[in-house]
Design a protein around this ligand. Structure first.
Ligand SMILES: Nc1ncnc2c1ncn2[C@@H]1O[C@H](COP(=O)(O)OP(=O)(O)OP(=O)(O)O)[C@@H](O)[C@H]1O
Length: 346
């Protein structure tokens, strides 16, 4: 495969919040390194609190790291932040927008901040209004916009100066399916046009659908990195979900588990209590399914449902971290104070 040159290089970034005292400090980035190939659509995948926003804010020169280096298009972002800002467009997670102005007026203001000449600015705005499907509402006041409309306006603002690299922090969080699909389609078009797109997400399906490269981030570190298809293929084997009855129970599930555990070509048999005591397992090859059916029949066990699938990104995440992304999210829920963090980052 052709080796693409990296347009973003983060090397050994460290960042703590909350001062020097080890007892109270939060380690947000712990030697995080990342290379984003030019022209790729790169996904940063990780649960809330993994350090994605911190890494993106450092990349976009909005926050200083404690140590490490950042290069964008070969330019040192810590030494030359202004030059790097010209190369980057950043769409933050939450943007406070003026509710009185219309979307068009806001874009005009943004264009002026980038020192775009009025004629070029207006041409670019027309292109973006068309691309992002904003024609019908761009002259309405922003106060009346839905979440999806606001996100599209944020995206247009980030793209006004035609950056080589677009960085988005959780671009579709909380959006309806239609707005999400519209944003995905624009991101794909940008990639086709040669823009490098780096986005953070805690939606597996988003990263799976969009990214040609991804990094899994946990506790401020990159713990897996690569093309989704390569990461999945590296796991080997197919995933099978088996239900012997619509509603089984713990004893029966345990009986099935030990039966399957002894079958050749079967590994990682797990009882899934939350899913009606179904069983999850990995099979080495297709022939194992028939063998399983025979074993179950011989033990007088029925088969209510049996589904086979290739390894998913969920499985990649599980393999890399030892837990599902949902469990990781649950583990941090409630342990953060968003108000205090927002105040501290102002
Ligand atoms: N301003 C702040 N003050 C103190 N701690 C912070 C601050 N910002 C982030 N943190 C902490 O740093 C860690 C990384 O947070 P960060 O926001 O970078 O993660 P994330 O992966 O982007 O999650 P999310 O998508 O929820 O923002 C978390 O433990 C978080 O609680």
């Amino acid at each position: 495969m052709e080796r693409l040159e990296s347009v973003i290089e983060l090397q050994q970034l460290c960042k703590r919040y909350g001062g020097k005292k080890a007892a109270t400090a939060v380690v947000a980035l712990d030697n995080l390194s990342l290379q984003v190939p030019a022209g790729s659509l790169y996904g940063l995948l990780g649960p809330n609190g993994a350090g994605k926003t911190t890494a993106l804010r450092i990349l976009c020169t909005l926050l200083a790291p404690d140590s490490g280096s950042v290069r964008v298009g070969g330019v040192d972002a810590l030494a030359e932040p202004r030059a790097v800002r010209r190369l980057l467009g950043y769409v933050a997670q939450e943007v406070a927008i003026d509710k009185i102005l219309t979307g068009r007026e806001l874009l005009q203001l943004q264009g002026d901040l980038y020192h775009l000449a009025p004629a070029a600015r207006n041409r670019r705005m027309d292109e973006l209004i068309e691309l992002l499907g904003m024609t019908d509402w761009i002259d309405r006041r922003c106060g009346s916009y839905s979440g999806g409309m606001r996100r599209r306006l944020d995206l247009a603002a980030g793209l006004l100066h035609s950056p080589q690299v677009l960085v988005l922090d959780e671009p579709t969080v909380g959006l309806d399916i239609e707005s999400r699909a519209a944003i995905w389609s624009v991101l794909r078009q940008l990639r086709e046009g040669g823009t490098t797109v780096l986005l953070s997400s805690h939606y597996l399906e988003e990263v799976d659908a969009l990214a040609d490269h991804l990094a899994i981030i946990e506790a401020g570190k990159v713990i897996a990195e690569g093309a989704p298809a390569v990461l999945k293929a590296a796991l080997g084997g197919d995933r099978v979900t088996l239900r012997v009855r619509e509603f089984s129970d713990a004893d029966e599930a345990e009986r099935v588990r030990s039966l399957l555990h002894d079958c050749a070509g079967v590994r990682q048999v797990v009882v899934n209590r939350a899913q009606g005591y179904s069983l999850n397992l990995v099979i080495e090859h297709d022939g194992v399914v028939e063998q399983l059916r025979r074993q179950l029949a011989a033990a007088d066990l029925p088969v209510f449902a049996l589904a086979q699938s290739r390894p998913s990104l969920d499985d990649v995440y599980l393999q890399a971290t030892g837990r599902t992304l949902m469990d990781a999210e649950l583990a941090v829920a409630g342990s953060r104070d968003p108000k205090a963090e927002r105040k501290a980052s102002m």
